[in-house]
Write a protein that binds this ligand. Structure first.
Ligand code: NAD
Ligand code: TYD
Length: 352
């Protein structure tokens, strides 16, 4: 079986669903259920005997050691993290606690477990650390996309905390020989994406008839990947990646924020036209820029394509259509996650 940390969040829950659909091998999900973790993301698995959910913190070494010894996973996928750049600017403490100290404690628990595994299990064991392209910093318009050999130059508290966790993972490999793999992926989108991030926020606000907030001039560039493509890449890395290696994951799909928002508006205009006959694009509003806002991210995915034969299945056009459709069909999920704590964040961050 496998252990998935952060499996009640956006990417983790997509991963658990896809894993159980593709593999059938049992999954234990460990998640603290912060504001970003929702058990409703895993509701479809409630009666599935192959899935076992445990609420807890990756930083709780005793709990993690107990889980490892009880369930004896052959792979640990570490998704658990604080993940929102804007929140890391307002309150970086939680990012240091989970992404740095939490990852350290998780690594120590895994090291103790791995050290006691018998020969073949020990050789086959893998720890896959899920990270981000934001550790590489920002690119100029003519710069080559991020390759695995780029220097780390994190700019936000979020990116710095993820960079720190990547360094810990690297050191645990180099010093203790743990069979680690690290992946650095570009921006994801798709079902179960918490509506504080750009794409689900814009879909949510568009339908609610409220402004679609674009930071600064909206010409910042991100490299968007449909979440299931990311999940399939992680499965492939766990299956065939070389321990100690890092793999950049991306879909060669750079878009400005403004183009992304316009694409969502066009899709909504077609699938759920506004009752007044106007376009959702009329709701676009330019707001104050994010402090230290990285201008451009782009991934060079040649290594994972060449060495592991991974390719994304979705284009941006098909992925956005699937995503918008999912949000239209799952308004109950959106209503559930946009209650109390979500509203205080929106008031605090966008207020005024
Ligand atoms: P998310 O915020 O939606 O989910 C994070 C999950 O981790 C939540 O369920 C939360 O409850 C849980 N969690 C937080 N702190 C925890 C702790 N101390 N112990 C146990 N669980 C804890 O994030 P996401 O977008 O699904 O991202 C998952 C991972 O992928 C993160 O490591 C992130 O850095 C990385 N990543 C995200 C993106 C993206 O575009 N979203 C891109 C590349 C990499
Ligand atoms: P986000 O989804 O927060 O991901 P990240 O900051 O990790 O790339 O933001 C994606 C881009 O969209 C980023 O350039 C910031 C911008 N953005 C807005 O313009 N308005 C918003 O309300 C949000 C949340 C993000």
């Amino acid at each position: 079986m496998i252990l998935v940390t952060g499996g009640a969040g956006f990417i983790g829950s997509n991963f658990v669903h896809l894993w159980l659909a593709d593999h059938g091998e049992p999954v234990v999900t460990l998640d603290k259920l912060t504001y970003a973790g929702n058990l409703s993301n895993l509701a479809a698995l409630e009666d599935d005997g192959r899935h076992h959910f445990v609420q807890g913190d990756i930083g709780d070494r005793d709990l993690v050691e107990r889980l490892l010894h009880e369930h004896r996973p052959r792979v640990v996928f570490n998704f658990a993290a604080e993940s929102h750049v804007d929140r890391s600017i307002s309150g970086p403490g939680a990012f240091i606690q989970t992404n740095v100290v939490g990852t350290f404690n998780l690594l120590e628990a895994v090291r103790a477990y791995w050290a006691e595994l018998p020969g073949e299990d020990r050789r086959a064991f893998r720890f896959l650390h899920v990270s981000t392209d934001e550790v590489y910093g920002t690119l100029g318009p003519a710069d080559a996309p991020f390759a695995e050999t780029n220097a780390y130059e994190p700019n936000s508290p979020y990116a710095a905390s993820k960079a720190a966790s990547d360094h810990l993972v690297r050191a645990w490999r180099h010093t203790y020989g743990l069979p680690m793999l690290t992946t650095n992926c570009s921006n994801n989108y798709g079902p179960f994406h918490f509506p504080e991030k750009l794409i689900p926020l814009v879909i949510h606000n568009a339908l609610a008839g409220t402004p679609l907030p674009i930071y600064g001039d909206g010409l910042q560039v991100r490299d968007w990947l449909y979440v299931e493509d990311h999940c399939r890449a992680l499965m492939r890395v766990a299956e065939a990646g070389a321990p100690g290696e890092t793999y950049n994951i991306g879909g060669w799909n750079e878009q400005t924020n403004l183009d992304v928002v316009r694409a969502i508006c066009r899709t909504l205009d077609e699938m759920r036209p506004r009752t007044d006959g106007g376009s959702y694009a009329e709701q676009i509003t330019f707001v104050r820029d994010r402090p230290g806002h990285d201008r451009r991210y782009a991934i060079d995915a040649q290594k994972i394509e060449r060495e592991l034969g991974w390719r994304p299945r979705e284009t941006f056009a098909s992925g956005i259509r699937r995503t918008v459709r999912w949000y239209l069909d799952n308004q109950q999920w959106v209503d559930g996650v946009t209650s109390g704590a979500y509203r205080s964040w929106v008031d605090h961050h966008y207020g005024g």
